[in-house]
Design a protein around this ligand. Structure first.
Ligand code: DC
Length: 228
């Protein structure tokens, strides 16, 4: 029997990976791994336990004990920590920045590696993250790196926040995005970068429909899967 198929989608925050991977997983009837949620929940658990994000030993202990699960509901995938739904708490800008901090520790990444690989089952997995195609699933049959300029990502994030009735300052959000990019790109282990064999899609001037069609055509070409 052939191995389950992995579609690895990496790229910086706000490039549109979330929506792209959701749509691909739905179209292919594959499971979805949102690896960023794991780092977000870990940072949340560390803070909740009263521990410091800069204390690598404490963070790695939390990573080893992390009681995390995903639940598929009508309005999307929810993230549970010890049975408590923490989906909204982990989706803030601060939670993203904290996730990026704990994700920079090599020991933490090592502690979470096997757990991420365990998401792979028949018929396949769509994996969303920063190092899906380079480290977690280096043999993925399909690797896509979804990029967009920091300015475009900041603008999209502002519109997203405003649509939820929240205030958004473009310059502050741009600065936060640039800081997170720098940390994710320059860490010593599993930095954010395109795998050598990844298709790079720059979504700066593309709408989600075009990104989805481009990615789906590539998936079909690489795997031979028939998908409508
Ligand atoms: O994709 P996201 O915004 O939910 O990710 C939050 C942070 O987690 C991101 O800034 C870096 C880290 N992360 C990572 O290091 N490796 C991954 N595979 C996914 C996320």
């Amino acid at each position: 029997m052939s191995d389950p198929i992995v579609i690895a989608v990496d790229g910086p925050g706000g490039a549109g990976k979330g929506e792209l991977t959701r749509r691909l997983a739905e179209a292919l009837d594959f499971d979805l791994l949102d690896s960023g949620a794991i780092y977000r929940v870990l940072a949340y658990a560390v803070r909740k336990a009263g521990l410091a994000l800069f204390d690598e030993d404490s963070v790695v202990q939390e990573a080893k004990l992390l009681n995390l699960s995903f639940e598929c509901l009508d309005d999307g995938v929810h993230v549970l920590l010890g049975g408590e739904d923490v989906s909204s708490q982990i989706r803030t800008e601060e939670a993203g920045a904290n996730a990026s901090k704990v994700a920079a520790y090599p020991s933490v990444r090592q502690a979470l590696l096997q757990r991420q690989r365990e998401f792979l089952k028949e018929p396949g997995l769509v994996a969303d993250g920063r190092d899906m195609g380079t480290v977690v699933f280096p043999k993925a049959q399909v690797k896509i790196f979804l990029d967009a300029s920091a300015e475009v990502r900041a603008k999209r994030r502002c519109l997203q926040l405003e649509s939820k009735g929240k205030t958004a300052d473009f310059d502050t959000i741009l600065k936060e995005i640039q800081e997170r990019d720098d940390r994710d790109r320059n860490r010593p282990v599993a930095p954010l970068k395109a795998a050598d064999d990844a298709l790079v899609i720059d979504s700066s001037d593309m709408d989600i429909e075009t990104v989805y069609k481009t990615a789906l055509d590539y998936v079909k070409q690489k795997t031979g899967l028939k998908v409508e």
